[in-house]
Design a binder for this molecule. Structure first.
Ligand SMILES: Cc1cc2nc3c(=O)[nH]c(=O)nc-3n(C[C@H](O)[C@H](O)[C@H](O)COP(=O)(O)O)c2cc1C
Length: 215
């Protein structure tokens, strides 16, 4: 199993519930299957640029115009995507670690997704719709939030948006460990909720380890 772990959280692990979820998840997974290959991308160390018109032209003009030749600036605008996609193409599992900010993924994670979910990179457009150009079968979301959210909560623009975007490129197996209710001022059971999410993260790790050893 080859995993790409993308983390969007500027906090150190001891202050971040989502990073602690990741530590528990990878701790269990590597204990059960030490052969897992793991690549880490810390988005705060390797920041994605905001989407630009040069990038738009470099990614989308080949779809519309077979004669398109990129300018030097358009070619350079794809440097970040190219590096990230090289890592994504090696992966069969993608793990995304992040907090909920304003009901959605942190802007830096959205910026990363805007970069990498590009035609000719992660998918190609065919008459039958988007066709995957990657080997990722499973996504694991490791999320923390201050508030509590029920399943399919209308306010949740994080797990639903990320799942929809990845569904577009053919990834429908999305497994989630979500430590919600992490604001102890509002929820006296925040520690219990955190521990339940740690257990959920370890269970997902167990499932994946089992599946990888079966292959
Ligand atoms: C800028 C910002 C926005 C936030 N927005 C929300 C929100 O919309 N909903 C929510 O439930 N919690 C929100 N929170 C609380 C965080 O999701 C919560 O503190 C969570 O534990 C952060 O994860 P971390 O501990 O891994 O950093 C917000 C926190 C910050 C700093």
């Amino acid at each position: 199993m080859n995993i790409l772990h993308v983390c969007a959280n500027p906090k150190p692990v001891e202050q971040s519930v989502s990073k602690q979820l990741a530590a528990r998840f990878f701790g269990k997974l590597l204990e059960l299957n030490p052969d897992v290959e793991l690549n880490n991308v810390d988005l705060y160390q390797d920041k994605p640029p905001y989407y630009s018109n040069d990038l738009f032209r470099r990614m989308w003009m080949p779809v519309f115009d077979p004669a398109y030749e990129p300018t030097k600036a358009e070619e350079a605008a794809a440097n970040y995507v190219q590096k990230q996609v090289d890592e994504l193409k090696k992966a069969d599992v993608l793990v995304l670690t992040m907090p909920m900010w304003n009901f959605s993924a942190p802007g830096i994670m959205k910026a990363w997704m805007d970069q990498v979910l590009a035609p000719g990179m992660m998918f190609e457009l065919t008459d039958a719709g988007p066709k995957p150009l990657h080997n990722i079968t499973t996504v694991v979301l490791l999320v923390a939030s201050g508030g509590i959210y029920k399943e399919n909560d209308n306010r949740d623009a994080l797990t639903r948006q990320v799942s929809a975007a990845l569904g577009f490129i053919g990834i429908t197996d999305v497994r989630i460990a979500w430590a919600d209710g992490q604001n102890p001022l509002f929820f006296s059971d925040s520690e219990v909720r955190r521990d339940m999410a740690f257990e959920a993260a370890e269970e997902i790790a167990e499932e994946l380890a089992e599946e990888s050893l079966e292959k």
